[in-house]
Design a protein around this ligand. Structure first.
Ligand code: BGC
Length: 882
């Protein structure tokens, strides 16, 4: 990426010289009437000069978001004093443009942040941030709502894809260059969501209860680092409660921890609609209410609170001054935002390179990978969305890409003319409905709307009222009954396949719908039929009521029925969301599901199996739908029977490679059935080329897991109901500081794939480790370093992420048996060796002492583990801390 095109620079210089020659007087005048425009003053001085000129009304208005502005993403500026508006764009996976007048809302869709985390590469994080800063500035934005620094606490977290993984140090190490990258442009970065915002289920109300130690050592840690090491401008407080008080009115969090203890000088903004109070939030340390009207709680209400003495004017001045100081210091006054066309290909290349680095080779038996295109005549590409390039997470981070390359296209392009690449979906496309819990949706090929078996799916009739009254507003054929509307169906938030019809926004609130047609089983046997729904859902089979759901919570009920192969049964499903104020807040949620007998497979899957059988290699591209919203599905099963698809395809062709597109962990009971697995995450708009380059060995994979993949949802350190979804609205962070891999180790739970795991097409040898601790500088800070030799012992160039873990500390409190203390990515040519030096994180050798409210580094011997993953430890040493 060219950072600053020379042409533009020359143009700016010319304009500057001309303006100095032509208008020296008016420039001077502007400076005198607006003395804060004097660049020789400090940001703080400039902010103070400006603050003096603002009336109380202006100050209050300035810190209050206003929905009347462009698409709800702007906080108004102040024309009278020349204060630019805060023009915000969601991150953290690229720049989400809300204004349709700006470049058709298109920008570069980067690999999801979880993929960036899998690179374990600080340089990649810097490039990622720079690209976001560049595109934000050049698409008229001066605030980016990213990075997302929520720890991936649960393997099933629906927003894990927006996070930088489960470890605080990995997050910090990547977040610092990421923020520096964004802020190398006149753009302010926003770290979110402060704090303990780790689940989507009950996300607006959940009370996250955690110890001071867990907050300090784990959850607040990445925020502290971007504040102290990257001069972060802004922090976004979250919707949930933290230890009983809403995050945006939580004085302990915002004033005591963030501002006083961590020393944050920037400003705190609320998540959109997360400010629930007036004086409480203002006094607790919230500095800016984002557009939340008509439910906003500031503006006139805040003005009144000041006039009545509930909030001091000093407090308001502090809020305004924090925002203004950041605006001056990051250049928002001196370099107004621009609208310049994004260089799609050049930036696409950056997205591809990061995607390539993020791919994790989970397994590779008998060198199944890389594929040798000269030795292959045919490749079957299989998977519901392998032909669809929009694999990204849904919700506020969804970016409309400048162009896309699907895995199928990428593989076809790479394979060239001489290798026949064919495609079969194997199942119906993945949609937002797949987030709902319960058995997979009944495949479309079992269903027929007219009952004649010619067309697949069911006839869907939709009403915008609750009781099927009048003529349906919409009638169409739906391939499956698998819907998750409301938030998940808003324009620009839904990441589902273009192969699926869009449901009009009219159905996002109250609605009713009826689906009718027939179902015919692919084999004779016992079938589980299920209905997952929120509101009222009724399933009739041959006119008889089989399932009757009525609930203000999402529920699944199921019945087992015997079905004869090919015999048609009438199906009718009647659904109503329920009235406004209860289920309607979530929008429609309904799925008609099934569990087939072991060997019954539907027609789409059979076609994929047939294709695999006659091909040299089968590449199965799996897909999950992950999104911000209202639910986390704590089943780790692949949706739409994709696990069965892998089993059946691999039975038909032992050369089956699985490429997994998911933003979180999935259950892989099928891992022994296939020789190779690549975790490809949501790899952004260039995903197809990146996947092909890894599969064919153009790129040697070097990604490492930033999250643990458990065997299943029951075998994790957070599988207790009090942790997820919580009991009576409270989620207890009872695992304390033992998050992620630290908890698996403590509980003795063996994961399917460990944190830090990732293979290469070459092998590495680790030797001669030396660990040292010495005191340095005036403050006598302890510097702990590890040196070792790493050699590439294979035949191809490759990169290895050398990981160093600190062992149990000689402390009075319980500390992890292994905690990431440092890492380094090294590239080595075949046979080459390098002495690698890694400086370790002092905090991995310290704990937060709740009694004295400070970090304590206990003295004594600490074991040091050096390895290729948290489980694959190659060398052991120790250091003496004095
Ligand atoms: C999300 C934030 C996002 C905001 C604005 C909220 O729902 O939690 O991450 O920045 O919407 O889109």
């Amino acid at each position: 990426m060219k950072k600053k095109p020379k042409m533009k620079f020359k143009l700016i210089m010319l304009t500057l010289i001309l303006s100095l020659m032509v208008t020296p007087f008016s420039a001077l005048a502007a400076e005198t009437s607006q003395p804060w425009m004097n660049k020789s003053l400090s940001a703080k001085e400039r902010a103070n000069l400006l603050l003096e000129k603002m009336t109380l009304e202006e100050k209050v208005s300035f810190v209050t978001g206003n929905l009347n502005n462009f698409y709800g993403f702007y906080n108004e500026g102040l024309e009278r004093l020349g204060i630019p508006a805060l023009t915000m764009a969601d991150g953290p996976a690229g720049v989400r443009i809300a204004n349709p007048d700006i470049q058709d809302k298109k920008s570069t869709a980067l690999p999801a942040p979880i993929a960036l985390a899998a690179t374990w590469d600080e340089k990649a994080a810097k490039t990622y941030g720079e690209l976001i800063g560049n595109e934000a500035f050049n698409t008229t934005h001066n605030v980016v709502l990213g990075p997302g620094l929520d720890i991936a606490r649960f393997p099933w977290g629906e927003r894990n894809f927006e996070s930088l993984g489960e470890d605080q140090l990995l997050q910090s190490k990547l977040a610092v260059p990421y923020v520096n990258g964004i802020q190398s442009y006149p753009v302010m970065a926003t770290a979110k969501h402060f704090l303990l915002n780790n689940q989507e289920t009950e996300r607006f109300t959940i009370n996250s209860v955690a110890s001071e130690r867990a907050i300090q050592e784990v959850y607040a840690r990445p925020f502290a680092d971007v504040i102290q090491k990257a001069d972060l401008s802004s922090v976004m407080c979250s919707f949930n409660e933290v230890n009983g008080t809403s995050a945006c009115e939580n004085e302990t969090l915002l004033s005591d921890i963030l501002k006083k203890q961590i020393g944050f000088e920037g400003f705190v903004m609320s998540d959109y609609g997360a400010n629930y109070t007036t004086a409480e939030s203002a006094n607790a340390g919230l500095d800016l209410e984002t557009p939340g009207a008509p439910n906003g709680h500031w503006e006139e209400k805040l003005l009144k609170a000041v006039k009545e003495g509930q909030v001091s004017e000093k407090q308001i001045d502090d809020m305004v001054s924090r925002v203004l100081t950041e605006m001056f210091s990051k250049g928002l006054f001196d370099q107004p935002v621009q609208n310049n066309l994004i260089p799609a290909e050049e930036h696409g290349e950056v997205a591809r390179e990061i995607a390539e680095q993020s791919m994790v080779l989970m397994k590779n038996e008998k060198n199944a990978l890389p594929l040798d295109k000269d030795a292959l005549d045919s490749i079957a590409v299989i998977g519901p969305d392998a032909d669809n390039a929009s694999a990204a997470g849904g919700g506020s981070s969804l970016v409309i890409p400048t162009y896309t390359v699907s895995p199928l296209e990428g593989i076809k392009n790479y394979a060239g003319e001489d290798t026949k690449v064919t495609y079969a979906p194997g199942s119906d496309p993945i949609s937002a409905g797949d987030i709902l819990p319960g058995p997979s949706a009944v495949p479309s090929s079992l269903l027929s709307p007219g009952g004649n078996g010619k067309e697949s799916g069911l006839k869907g009739e939709y009403w915008t009222n609750l009781h099927f009254e009048g003529e349906p507003y919409l009638t169409r054929t739906d391939n499956q009954v698998n819907f998750n509307l409301g938030f998940y169906n808003y324009d620009g938030l839904n990441a589902q396949s273009p192969k699926l019809p869009k449901t009009p926004g009219e159905f996002n609130r109250e609605m009713s719908a009826r689906w009718t047609g027939a179902i015919a089983a692919p084999e004779t046997g016992e079938y589980v039929l299920s209905l997952s729904s929120l509101g009222t859902g009724k399933l009739y089979l041959d006119g008889k009521l089989l399932i009757d759901n009525e609930s203000k919570k999402l529920v699944t009920d199921q019945k087992t029925v015997s079905l004869e192969k090919g015999e048609k049964h009438q199906v009718r499903i009647e659904y109503s969301t329920g009235e406004a104020g209860d289920a309607q807040d979530f929008g429609a949620m309904i799925r008609f599901g099934w569990e087939p007998p072991k060997d019954a497979i539907d027609q789409k899957m059979q076609e994929a199996v047939n294709l695999a059988k006659k091909s040299d290699v089968a590449v199965v591209v799996t897909h999950t739908y992950d999104s911000e919203g209202y639910v986390d599905n704590n089943s780790l099963d692949l949706p739409n029977n994709q696990a069965q698809l892998i089993e059946k395809v691999s039975e038909a062709n032992p050369n089956t490679i699985v490429v997994q597109m998911s933003g979180r962990a999935v259950q892989m009971d099928w891992q022994d059935d296939v020789p190779a697995i690549v975790q490809a995450w949501f790899a952004g708009q260039e995903q197809g080329n990146a996947i092909a380059n890894v599969l064919f060995g153009e790129v040697n994979p070097s990604g490492k897991l930033p999250i643990t993949f458990p065997v299943d949802e029951l075998n994790t350190p957070v599988s207790d109901e009090i942790q997820f979804p919580g009991v009576e609205g409270i989620s207890e962070y009872s695992e304390g500081v033992f998050t992620g891999y630290k908890g698996y180790e403590k509980e003795g739970i063996k994961p399917a794939f460990a944190f830090g795991h990732g293979l290469s097409y070459t092998t590495f040898d680790y030797k001669n480790v030396k660990a040292k601790a010495k005191t340095k500088g005036k403050n006598k800070d302890t510097e702990i370093t590890v040196d070792l030799n790493v050699r590439n012992t294979g035949d191809v160039t490759g990169s290895e992420v050398v990981q160093v873990y600190a062992g149990k500390l000689p402390a009075k409190v319980d500390t992890p048996a292994k905690q990431l203390a440092g890492f380094k990515k090294v590239e080595l040519k075949p046979g080459k060796q390098q002495r690698v030096k890694i400086t370790l994180d002092a905090k991995a050798f310290s704990y937060w002492d709740e009694k004295s409210d400070q970090w304590v580094m206990p003295s004594g011997k600490v074991p040091i583990y050096v390895g290729s993953s948290s489980e694959d430890i190659r060398l052991v040493g120790s250091v003496h801390i004095r």
